[in-house]
Design a protein around this ligand. Structure first.
Ligand code: HEM
Ligand code: MG
Length: 331
């Protein structure tokens, strides 16, 4: 069975994370980077493997150590992405494209083990600085045109910083872009969760912990989104942070989970999909729909690994009082 994820950090306070032990080194030939600017940063500073192939437990540790993401959000994000994109038997995932370095794929399963850039199992539409899959297929490369929109909204609504007001307006803009130009636009679990979490992560986790005022400098935003590099002297958040204030961002322009169902401008709410505040529902939906479609009938080591990973994923919502589920039976 794969090792369990680590618990919370012993010291969860502010500290220098762009330190001598973690120098920025740009990725070399063969090193994989992907759609998450934070994981790219952790790889470029050696908090996770610089080749971009890592285990979920090490990714959870690095998200806590490097950014002070709290233990539950790190586990929720990491296991939600890992179970649908990683190799459950070798316990490795590519943070970008599919790679032979995650080991042999399990046979006879629809799962692609495609890495974090796989569209619509975790990665999804209306990213802030990456294009939609429909718009050319590249969901992971930093897009300067989109980033200019991010800057424009931060000037117009954030007074020159990226803050909750800018986040609410820019999230709405990216949703409208998708509805109006992408006939395949969809935002249901887990994308609903990740879209809002990613809107507030830069406010909660990329503001220097000594500053700690929820106002992200735009030169720092570019450093993370584009270069995947900690700013000089960067200190992580002052305390472990969850997706704090995602409900505030949602409330600025409320939207319910849904999709364009018959071309552009046909956004239709999916009444069966869990809403943003229903984390138990998002957990269950991801396991019962997305994961089971990828692995309808696993056996042997694969079955053991799936059961273990669902349990690790569950521990991220346990404190919310969610029920554990056993769609593949118990050990
Ligand atoms: C985006 C995975 C941790 C910040 C993404 C995406 C993936 C991902 C797959 C692409 C989704 C999309 O935009 O379509 C993960 C995993 C993590 C993790 C597995 C493990 C814990 C973090 C942390 C932060 C972060 C610690 C912040 C410090 C972001 C942001 C985006 C993003 C801001 C949005 C990029 C954009 O919209 O242009 N992440 N992430 N992530 N992630 Fe992460
Ligand atoms: Mg995306």
């Amino acid at each position: 069975r794969p090792p369990p994820p680590p618990g919370p950090l012993e010291y969860g306070g502010v500290k220098l994370v762009n330190d001598a032990d973690h120098p920025f080194i740009a990725p070399g030939p063969g090193d994989i980077r992907g759609p998450c600017p934070a994981l790219n940063t952790l790889a470029n500073h050696g908090y996770i493997s610089r080749n971009g192939i890592e285990s979920p437990s090490n990714i959870v540790h690095a998200a806590m150590e490097g950014f002070n993401m709290n233990n539950d959000l790190a586990k929720f994000t990491c296991y939600a992405a890992f179970v649908v994109n990683g190799n459950l038997v070798t316990d490795l995932v590519s943070i970008g494209e599919k790679s032979a370095k995650t080991g042999p794929d399990p046979l006879d399963q629809p799962a692609t083990i495609g890495g974090l850039n796989t569209h619509n199992v975790f990665e999804g539409d209306s990213s802030m600085t990456r294009a939609d899959f429909y718009d050319g297929g590249d969901v992971e490369t930093f897009n300067e045109t989109l980033f200019q929109g991010f800057l424009e909204y931060s000037y117009r609504f954030g007074g020159g910083r990226y803050n909750l007001t800018a986040a609410g307006e820019y999230r709405y803009k990216r949703t409208q872009d998708g509805i109006e130009t992408n006939p395949t636009f969809t935002i249901v679990a887990p994308r609903l969760f990740s879209a809002y979490s990613e809107s507030v992560n830069p406010i909660n986790l990329w503001v220097d912990g000594r500053q700690d005022d929820g106002q992200l400098r735009l030169d720092h935003a570019r450093s993370f989104f584009e270069a995947a590099r900690f700013p000089d002297d960067f200190h992580r958040a002052a305390r472990p942070m969850s997706a704090d204030n995602e409900a505030v961002v949602l409330s600025i322009h409320p939207i319910e989970p849904g999709a364009n169902i018959a071309g552009v401008n046909t956004y239709t709410v999916d009444r069966n999909a869990p809403k943003l505040n229903d984390k138990c529902g998002i957990f269950e939906y991801h396991v019962n729909h997305t994961l089971r479609t990828l692995y309808p009938n696993p056996t042997g080591d694969l079955l053991d690994a799936i059961r273990a990973n669902i349990h690790y994923f569950y521990t991220s919502v346990q404190a919310r009082g969610c029920s554990e589920i056993f769609p593949y039976g118990r050990f």
